[in-house]
Design a binder for this molecule. Structure first.
Ligand SMILES: Nc1ncnc2c1ncn2[C@@H]1O[C@H](COP(=O)(O)OP(=O)(O)O)[C@@H](O)[C@H]1O
Ligand SMILES: [Mg+2]
Length: 297
């Protein structure tokens, strides 16, 4: 693993106006920093509303940050024009939670998968895209003959495979997967997670894997960042975080998973949510074990 991260977030901040009138703002992301290396998966966990999806969008430049920077292989790509961003955008893709709304229901699968190839001039026409699309469908475990079908003929798991095929079309190096299995049947979640793993091994992909499901993160990720009220409160290797959680919010998340109860049974069930230390901007990350940091005042 080289020292320079593939992608790095430095002190990202994003505020939203919380009402149309007045000057009330919600700070969705409040000074978030992390880095991800080549072939590495960072899990971003936290409850709904903690700022995970916003962090993913800021990283990809899908919306502007109010403060902070994003570096891709050391280059600051924070506020590039859409034209200047185009070559970087090829390297970074996103998979969303809902594979039902992600695909245009009126077009064929081939149309959907080949669109980025057409936009970036890698194929000249839909007809021209047969070989590319066949390869991509095989990569995600689908039969190439399905490319002429409509989205409604596919199950949720197959649709997520189709979304992954499209995300792979431009040979990205980094993928933000935002709750990519949450909407799928439990019985097929593992298949999709295994597909992510196989693709990583084959292509050296890096992932930001966003999930509220900490046990899935444990299975798939190398490192974890725990997000609470717009801040990362704890980060470290999966081994270190799961065997030695330090922040009370991390412990609360772990305690909420029945299968993990045995390990952290101590302060389980009766967690007093109101007593959790609220993260603030003047707190800093302190290294408590090698590579394992906790937000402290
Ligand atoms: N486009 C938006 N406009 C206004 N508020 C938003 C917007 N997106 C997110 N928020 C708010 O920012 C906070 C974090 O949201 P989000 O990043 O979606 O969290 P998560 O993905 O962890 O559930 C929430 O309070 C949410 O209501
Ligand atoms: Mg979200």
């Amino acid at each position: 693993m080289s020292d320079r991260p593939l992608i790095e977030a430095r002190n990202l901040v994003r505020k939203y106006k919380s009402s149309a009138f007045g000057n009330h703002y919600t700070t969705a992301v409040n000074g978030v920093s992390f880095s991800i290396h080549a072939s590495e998966t960072l899990g971003l966990v936290g409850e709904s509303g903690s700022g995970k999806s916003t962090t993913g969008r800021l990283l990809l430049g899908l919306e502007p940050a109010d403060e902070g920077h994003v570096f891709f292989e050391g280059t600051d790509i924070t506020s590039l024009s859409s034209r200047a961003m185009k070559p970087w955008r090829r390297q970074m893709q996103v998979i969303f939670q809902d594979p039902y709304t992600a695909i245009n229901p009126r077009k064929t699968i081939q149309h959907f998968i080949s669109e980025p190839l057409l936009v970036h001039g890698l194929v000249r026409s839909l007809r021209d895209s047969d070989d590319h699309v066949s390869t991509l469908l095989r990569q995600v475990g689908l039969d190439p003959s399905l490319m002429t079908r409509s989205p409604h003929e596919f199950s949720g798991g197959q649709r997520q495979r189709i979304c992954i095929a499209r995300a792979l079309a431009l040979k990205p190096r980094f993928i933000v997967a935002d709750e990519p299995i949450t909407a799928l049947d439990v019985s097929i979640q593992a298949q999709i997670v295994n597909l992510f793993q196989n693709l990583q091994q084959q292509m050296g992909l890096s992932y930001l894997f966003i999930s509220h499901d900490i046990s899935m993160v444990r299975y798939l990720c190398h490192r974890v960042a725990v997000m609470f009220e717009g801040r990362i409160v704890e980060t470290g290797s999966v081994e270190s975080i799961f065997s030695n959680p330090q922040h009370s919010y991390t412990r609360m998340l772990l305690n909420a998973v029945p299968s993990l109860h045995a390990e952290h049974a101590s302060s389980a069930s009766s967690f007093d949510r109101a007593s959790l230390p609220r993260p603030s901007r003047d707190m800093t990350m302190k290294e408590v074990f090698p590579g394992h940091f906790v937000l402290q005042s």
